[in-house]
Design a protein around this ligand. Structure first.
Ligand code: F58
Length: 824
């Protein structure tokens, strides 16, 4: 059991009763499935264990909420289209502080906890960084004793599963709910009606002495919430992730329908089904689909209506809402919160505009996650108006009043209006609305916030500097160290003589002196080796490829996007392969290049890049001349659960985005925590990683963000010059279109070639040489295992800043102003 011993043995509350838990599992197997442990399937055993652990959660869940009510505690509602939760069982057991004990119970029953955990489908209700950040935040909120809800959609299909067929990505629907979800609880009593379309009727109201606005002729669906527990670490706090499902309002009733009702019932059924059907699989790219706006309004309106009802049940003055409630908008996707809250306050609570505006703007705060123009949400006015007629009127009024202010402050400066108006050239610009209405605007890493203030949002910053602030992202060490890397977690606990790092990550600093201790370095290296064996086994099982655990594991796992430059990575591997073929005796430390990435289904260049990686892998992995030196592996279906295995096993963390493009990155932090060395550009949170660990313990290359933005301001650069002048690059480029990696076909990778030679928007050729040098240095550095392991230990030791606990405390201090709630 040594690999799970790191899990705390000290439950603060109820001591864990092994016998009772075992009995509960057996009962579940019997009563849920009419089976015995011998006849139950692995999936049924997982469910039985999950239900047993849910029983342990329920009391804490109830108690925490009772205490919130008693204290009338202020609550943050983290509104996000995405929560990329991954698996729940292992982390729930860890945070309940009974992982080790449950593992023992299972072992006594002849079961392996890892196998049981592997039966759980990932809750993949998100694309990438933004969704995973929400998941880390909600876990930290519970661990830090803050009252919080995560609000999102109960997508029937989450992020697709990826298969690689003939080197190409194939998307398989992710039917994650097909066996039910043991952890969720349906709460039909909190259902809310959501209205779409129709028109606005205006009526004079005598009592109010003003016009009132009534939406008529609309279609509606019922939003029905399910709650998932978010367990805090050993503190008795359980918050909820509220996921909204859609159901038709009029239930089919085959006996008693008349024709009209039948028609309506069918329409409602279809509307309900379509809204929650599937997560849009785009990462850092906006697609203006009507259904997407429906999804946004659906979960926002449901969440807001419920919050207001809950508030009113115990308060009579709605003006006090900002003292009790804060909405954090995770990017612009839930920004319809602003006009929807105004609508509720004006149309349903009968407030005047100024009052409603004051409340709304004190309740809403906005986080920006990107500066890339293509990711900015803009809705065509006609679509918006048709789908949300009353909400649109409110947007118009917000815009009208704001422009008066701009005009007052900057008379006749039309460029200010052009940049800051919400409604412009027939579009509703959601970021502008979020900034104008909210009381806080934050970026997600220092460099990113700086770029927002100085460039992208400069006019807003100048007009309302007090709203702007930075919150550098973070990750939860409970999942990405304690659960993902039990060997290292145990080592850390042993070395520090305490497991307090589990809730206080900066304590890892205490490991720094061990970087100079040869015994500690050996142990650290051995742990990494064991984790590499675990990953090698996974790769063998899933890809059928044998990899050498003694080689350098050089890893780039993240969504596939041009700005993340997986293409530069694979081109460099092509270059190395050429070198090794030309010069077989070249000094080169064996390396396994590992990729994992999903491409948005409609993103052609990204899909071609996946094909190129797999094609290069095919050629190299089947060339016995180089196989003892290099291998290339594309791990299928990169997701939260296999990420946990990958980070733990990595030596080199590829963070190679074009400077200024990656707002923060969070994978970079997970690698660092697990002792991988960053090979990266000065982009996003890499800047702060280097600041923490020291530039001598990372490998930095490439243009700075200022240089990149300098070129961009001048219309880019000329990549053809590099192609003509650099023979190695020339050769690699030609190999993309001479059939070397495509069985003689010259067109397979033509578009990639063209994108590089014509524009190279992401400066791949420009940064190539500097990247190659950095990689050479890495290859050299790894030979010196003493200095390598020294660096690796220092990376873990210096990663304390990147806990999402730190990030959440900053949000609380500067934005949310919550109070910790303690139970018992
Ligand atoms: C990511 N954004 C950033 N957006 O790219 C990354 O640098 C950052 O670390 C992370 O947010 C957390 O702050 C991101 O993942 C999306 O996936 C959106 C999904 C919906 C469409 C628009 C992009």
């Amino acid at each position: 059991m040594s690999d799970i011993a790191a899990v705390g043995e000290k439950r603060v509350f109820e001591p864990f009763d092994k016998e009772a838990f075992k009995k509960e599992i057996l009962n579940n197997i019997k009563y849920l499935f009419r089976k015995t442990p011998e006849t139950a399937s692995q999936q049924e055993i997982f469910q039985a264990v999950a239900y047993a652990s849910k029983d342990m959660i329920i009391d804490e869940w109830l108690n925490a909420h009772k205490e919130y009510e008693k204290q009338d505690a202020k609550t943050v509602y983290y509104l996000s289209m995405e929560f990329l939760m991954g698996r729940a069982l292992g982390n729930n057991l860890i945070n309940l502080c009974c992982y080790k004990e449950v593992a023992e119970v299972l072992q006594e029953m002849g079961l392996d906890i890892n196998v049981v955990e592997d039966q759980e489908p990932d809750a993949a209700l998100g694309n990438g960084g933004l969704g995973r950040l929400a998941a880390c935040f909600i876990e930290s909120l519970s661990t830090l004793n803050y009252p919080a809800y995560g609000c999102t959609i109960r997508y029937k299909y989450g992020m697709f599963k990826q298969q690689i067929v003939n080197g190409e990505q194939v998307e398989i629907p992710d039917d994650w709910l097909k066996n039910g979800n043991p952890f969720e609880i349906k709460r039909p009593e909190y259902s809310q009606e959501i209205k779409f379309g129709g028109y606005v009727r205006i009526e004079y109201n005598e009592k109010l002495g003003r016009n009132i606005y009534i939406q008529d002729g609309y279609q509606s669906v019922m939003a029905v919430p399910y709650d998932l527990p978010v367990v805090g670490y050993n503190n008795g706090i359980v918050n909820s992730l509220r996921i909204w499902d859609a159901e038709p309002l009029v239930q089919f009733n085959l006996d008693s329908f008349d024709k009209g009702d039948y028609q309506k019932a069918v329409e409602q059924e279809n509307l309900a089904k379509s809204i929650v059907e599937v997560l849009y699989p785009n990462d850092n790219h906006y697609s203006g689909k009507e259904l997407r706006l429906k999804q946004q309004y659906f979960f926002v309106s449901a969440s807001l209506q419920q919050v207001i009802k809950k508030f009113k049940a115990t308060h009579d003055d709605i003006h006090q809402l900002p003292d009790k409630v804060v909405f954090q908008l995770n990017d612009t996707h839930p920004t319809v919160t602003v006009p929807e809250l105004m609508r509720i306050l004006i149309d349903e609570e009968n407030l005047e505009w100024d009052d409603a505006w004051d409340i709304t703007s004190r309740c809403c705060a906005y986080t920006n996650h990107t500066i890339m123009a293509e990711a900015l949400e803009k809705w065509p006015v006609d679509l918006f108006m048709r789908l949300l007629p009353r909400v649109y009127q409110i947007v118009e009024e917000i815009n009208r009043r704001f422009l008066i202010q701009v005009e007052e402050k900057y008379p006749n400066q039309y460029d200010k209006i052009r940049n800051m108006a919400i409604l412009y050239e027939g579009q509703v610009r959601m970021a502008n609305m979020a900034i104008i209405a909210g009381f806080s605007v934050n970026g997600v890493a220092r460099l990113h916030t700086q770029i927002l203030e100085e460039r992208e949002l400069h006019d807003f910053y100048e007009m309302m500097p007090e709203k702007f602030n930075n919150k550098t992202n973070g990750i939860t060490q409970r999942r990405f160290l304690l659960h993902a890397n039990p060997l290292l977690a145990q080592w850390v606990t042993d070395k520090l003589g305490t497991d307090e790092w589990i809730t206080n990550l900066p304590l890892l600093k205490g490991l720094a002196p061990l970087a100079d201790d040869s015994k500690a370095r050996k142990e650290f290296q051995e742990i990494k080796y064991q984790n590499k064996l675990r990953l090698a086994k996974y790769i063998k099982e899933h890809n059928g490829i044998d990899i050498n655990p003694d080689s350098i594991f050089d890893v780039q796992v993240k969504r596939l996007h041009e700005y993340k430059r997986q293409l530069m990575n694979i081109m460099h591997i092509m270059y190395l392969y050429n070198q090794l073929k030309d010069n077989p005796d070249m000094k080169f430390y064996p390396t396994t290049f590992i990729f994992g990435a999903k491409a948005a289904a409609g993103y052609k260049t990204a899909k071609q890049t996946i094909k190129l990686i797999n094609s290069v892998a095919d050629v190299i992995n089947n060339d016995s001349a180089v196989n003892d030196k290099m291998k290339v592996v594309f791990i299928e279906n990169y997701c939260v659960s296999n990420a946990e295995i990958i980070f733990a096993a990595s030596n080199v963390s590829e963070q190679i985005s074009t400077a200024s493009k990656e707002a923060s990155g969070t994978g970079n932090m997970k690698f660092m925590l697990n002792g991988a060395i960053t090979l990266g550009t000065m982009d996003g949170a890499n800047v702060e990683i280097v600041e923490e660990v020291g530039s001598e313990n990372a490998f930095i290359f490439g243009m700075s963000s200022d240089e990149v933005m300098g070129y961009e301001a001048n219309g880019g650069y000329n990549p053809r010059e590099i192609y003509e002048q650099d023979a190695d690059i020339h050769r690699v480029m030609d190999q993309m279109v001479d059939g070397t990696y495509s069985n003689g076909d010259t067109e397979t990778f033509r578009e990639l070639f063209n994108s590089l030679i014509n524009q190279d928007v992401y400066f791949i050729l420009k940064d190539f040489r500097s990247y190659a040098e950095a990689r050479e240095k890495i290859n050299e550095a790894y030979r010196d295992s003493k200095s390598w392991n020294r660096m690796a230990i220092l990376n873990t030791a210096c990663s304390g800043k990147f806990s999402s606990d730190r990030t959440i405390e900053e949000y609380v201090r500067d934005i949310w102003h919550l109070k910790k709630v303690f139970v018992r």
